[in-house]
Design a protein around this ligand. Structure first.
Ligand SMILES: [Fe+2]
Ligand SMILES: [Fe+2]
Length: 252
């Protein structure tokens, strides 16, 4: 039985429906992405939002996001990015985050795959961190199903993407997470956001993917610059292997 997942990342929404980030009207491109998913991938099993959801981190913005996702809420999972307010995510999505404290993680599984979402949000910091407690939790989740092919989602990619200014803004102390991934051959892929561009890399047996933002795209050049490519998202089809593809609004 295959599992179909859609990843949306770095929506950078604000409570102003006409809000603009670096010249891009973020609600407009986000809504266009939702419409394209509706047309082309509406049969997904899960929609995973991988952080930087609200540029203003406002409660009202998360309420507007919840409203926009409509009937997809029961198939939704969320992890936070640096541009998120965990307390407001808990308040607006209580069914996803029933606990009053602790990291905003998730796990999903069927008979053939396990999906794990990590929380790399570090208050007051653009960079991220997976703390010791969460690493221990991750080890436990992996040990509980060592033969189940697994997919990890995390906002900050654990490896450099070879874009100097962005690579300075990755995870603090990524080595322990990298060590867990290297020691867990059931992890087939690690999927991130944060870098606003598509990238493919490798940690041990796991492919590492990053995904375009639904709004502003960053250039793959070394210096800070924007890219004119259209907003995008990523789909996964998990069968015997993990098949994944980036889609952009210009595709439709
Ligand atoms: Fe972002
Ligand atoms: Fe980010």
């Amino acid at each position: 039985m295959s599992l179909r997942i859609v990843q949306i990342t770095d929506t950078h929404l604000s409570r102003d429906p006409d809000g603009v980030l670096a010249g891009v009207a973020t609600w407009k491109t986000f809504n266009a992405v939702l419409r394209q998913i509706e047309r082309r991938h509406a049969d997904f099993d899960y929609l995973v939002l991988t952080g930087d959801l609200a540029q203003d981190e406002a409660l009202e913005t998360y309420q507007m996001l919840r409203e926009a996702l409509g009937e997809w809420l029961h198939r939704l999972r969320i992890i936070p990015g640096n541009h998120d307010a965990p307390a407001n995510l808990r308040a607006v999505f209580p069914e996803l985050f029933p606990r009053a404290e602790g990291p905003l993680t998730f796990t999903l599984s069927n008979a053939e795959w396990k999906i794990i979402g990590l929380d790399s949000h570090l208050p007051g910091d653009v960079k991220g961190r997976i703390d010791a407690g969460q690493l221990e939790w991750l080890r436990g989740e992996l040990c509980a199903a060592p033969d189940l092919p697994s997919l990890l989602f995390v906002h900050h990619p654990p490896v450099a993407i070879n874009v100097a200014w962005i690579d300075k803004l990755g995870l603090h102390d990524p080595d322990d997470l990298i060590g867990i991934i290297e020691g867990s051959p059931q992890i087939k892929a690690v999927c991130a956001g944060h870098v606003h561009q598509e990238f493919c890399g490798q940690i041990g047996a796991a492919a590492v993917f990053t995904t375009p933002s639904t709004c502003v795209q960053f250039s793959a050049r070394a210096e800070k610059a924007f890219d004119t490519r259209a907003a995008g998202y990523r789909t996964f089809r998990l069968e015997e292997s993990c098949q994944t593809e980036v889609h952009r609004l210009s595709d439709s």
